[in-house]
Every structure is written in structure tokens, then in C-alpha cells.
Design a protein around this ligand. Structure first.
Ligand SMILES: Nc1ncnc2c1ncn2[C@@H]1O[C@H](COP(=O)(O)OP(=O)(O)OP(=O)(O)O)[C@@H](O)[C@H]1O
Length: 252
């Protein structure tokens, strides 16, 4: 089966510094694929390339066999790639339900308009409630986002990302800053929402990677260092050295 995302020799240079260097990657349809690596390895830059937020300085990106190199984020999104929103993009005074209704509206020609009538948004309510149920937020539908606990905000971001029913879901450190309980809940949640789609995950927490990812790509200095299953990758001497190198650097 052809990969849902393929990159070929993908590079991103910032003023002569290659944050992503010649990355060739195949992400299999239906898989959970983790991108890991020490700080500064280029994971977020790669994400930004895949979702169209950065334009590559070299190489190619294919989505479903279609060359999408240089496409704007909205265009990539329309082709079925969604990225979990950052908390900073939630509106403190808008309800949880309002966020998801608006995200559903955004998938139509109406776009992200606030000045819509409530009646219009009502049309999205049943689906919005389903999505909230899916991410475990049904009880908080009327809570304003600003009052949600941290882990719940991340669940809301996920519901917003799921509104477009994406074929590929990109999650940037979905468990960052969470306590153990929320981490467990998030792993379980991702395990549920992955059904019928492909998930690409940047994640520092290795137990999360171990629980979810079939395939792991380790990046270092912007390049692919190793790729394989979790068990294979975690015992690879090159990976161990890369991470040890990172802790040495942290100590200095
Ligand atoms: N807009 C930018 N301009 C210049 N350099 C950048 C820019 N964005 C990222 N970089 C550099 O590119 C390198 C890779 O950064 P990136 O954020 O992609 O790494 P990362 O693997 O996501 O790291 P972390 O795990 O710490 O989030 C870093 O050295 C960073 O300083």
C-alpha cells in the first residue's frame, strides 16, 4: 500500500542553518507514527513543513501520492490533514461546545465566522456533542474554555482538530505538561480516535510512544537517525548515544 504521507529529501534551511536535512520518510496509512529525538532535532520544523506552515527549501512532500510541496496550510487541511490546535488558539470566553460548533462550521463554506446566527450553529450541535463525547468532554459542553483544566484544554484541541474528520491527524506533544492521570487518559483517547485515520505524533514521553506508535522515526540534527518499531529503536546504540549526548549538553 502506498504511504499516506511521503517526503523525499525534505529540507528546511533558516539562514544557512538546516533544521531539517534531507528527510525521506514514508508514513503508512492507518498507522500511528511517532517522531522523536533530542531537543532541537527538527521535529517541530518537520511538522510545520508537513502542514504547510513552512515552505521547504528542498525536497518534496506527497499526500496520498499527490505533490503538495509548498501548499498553504488551508489547502493541506482541505486535503485531509489536521493538526491539533495549540492552547493559545482557544478562546477563553467561548464555551467548549461553541469551539467545536465553530470548528465544524469552518469545514463548510461559512468558514471561521463569529458573526453567524446561533440558529446556524445549532445545525452543528448534534455532531459537536458526539465529538465532545468522544474526547470525554460531554459534561463540560457549557464550560468556557478559559475555565478548563490543562488536560481538558488539550482534549478540546483534539475535538477541534477532529471536526474536519481528518484522514491524517498530527499531534505535537499531546501529553506535554500533563500529570500521569491525564497522560493515561490522553493515550487512551488517541487510541480511540486513531480508528480510520493516520496519526503522526511528536512526543517526548517514551512510554506514550511505546503504547501508541507502530513506527518510530528518530531525528537528530535535522536528519533521520534511525527508523523502526519502538523496541528496535529504543535499543539502537545510535539512539542511546543521541539521547546521552543530549543529557551531557544539558549538564553543561
Ligand atoms: N524559525 C526559525 N528560525 C531559525 N531557526 C529555527 C526556527 N525554527 C526552528 N529553528 C531551529 O531549528 C532547530 C530545530 O528546531 P525544532 O523546533 O524543529 O526542534 P524540535 O526537535 O522540535 O525540538 P524540541 O524537542 O525542543 O521542541 C533548532 O536548532 C531551532 O533553533
Amino acid at each position: 500500500m502506498p504511504p499516506v504521507i511521503a517526503t523525499r529529501g525534505l529540507s528546511k534551511e533558516f539562514r544557512g542553518f538546516r533544521a531539517v536535512n534531507n528527510v525521506t520518510l514514508d508514513i503508512a496509512e492507518g498507522s500511528v507514527h511517532a517522531l522523536v529525538g533530542p531537543n532541537g532535532a527538527g521535529k517541530t520544523t518537520l511538522f510545520n513543513l508537513l502542514t504547510g506552515y513552512f515552505r521547504p527549501t528542498g525536497g518534496r512532500i506527497e499526500l496520498d501520492g499527490r505533490d503538495v510541496t509548498g501548499y498553504a496550510p488551508e489547502r493541506v487541511a482541505r486535503l485531509g490533514m489536521a493538526r491539533s490546535f495549540q492552547i493559545s488558539s482557544l478562546f477563553d470566553r467561548l464555551s467548549v461546545l461553541g469551539h467545536v460548533e465553530l470548528a465544524l462550521q469552518a469545514t463548510t463554506s461559512l468558514g471561521w465566522r463569529f458573526w453567524r446566527s446561533d440558529r446556524l450553529l445549532d445545525a452543528f450541535r448534534p455532531r459537536a456533542l458526539e465529538l465532545l463525547d468522544q474526547v470525554g468532554l460531554a459534561d463540560e459542553a457549557d464550560t468556557v474554555a478559559g475555565e478548563l483544566a490543562y488536560g481538558r484544554k488539550r482534549a478540546l484541541e483534539l475535538a477541534v482538530a477532529l471536526a474536519s474528520d481528518p484522514k491524517v491527524l498530527l499531534l505535537d506533544e499531546p501529553t506535554a505538561g500533563m500529570g500521569v492521570e491525564d497522560v493515561d487518559r490522553t493515550v487512551e483517547l488517541i487510541g480511540r480516535v486513531r480508528a480510520g485515520r493516520t496519526v503522526v505524533l511528536v512526543e517526548h514521553n517514551m512510554s506514550v510512544v511505546a503504547s501508541l506508535a507502530e513506527r518510530v522515526t528518530v531525528l537528530q540534527h535535522g536528519e533521520v537517525l534511525v527508523e523502526g518499531g519502538y523496541a528496535e529503536v529504543r535499543t539502537d546504540p545510535r539512539v542511546i548515544t543521541a539521547y546521552l549526548g543530549e543529557s551531557d549538553a544539558d549538564r553543561t
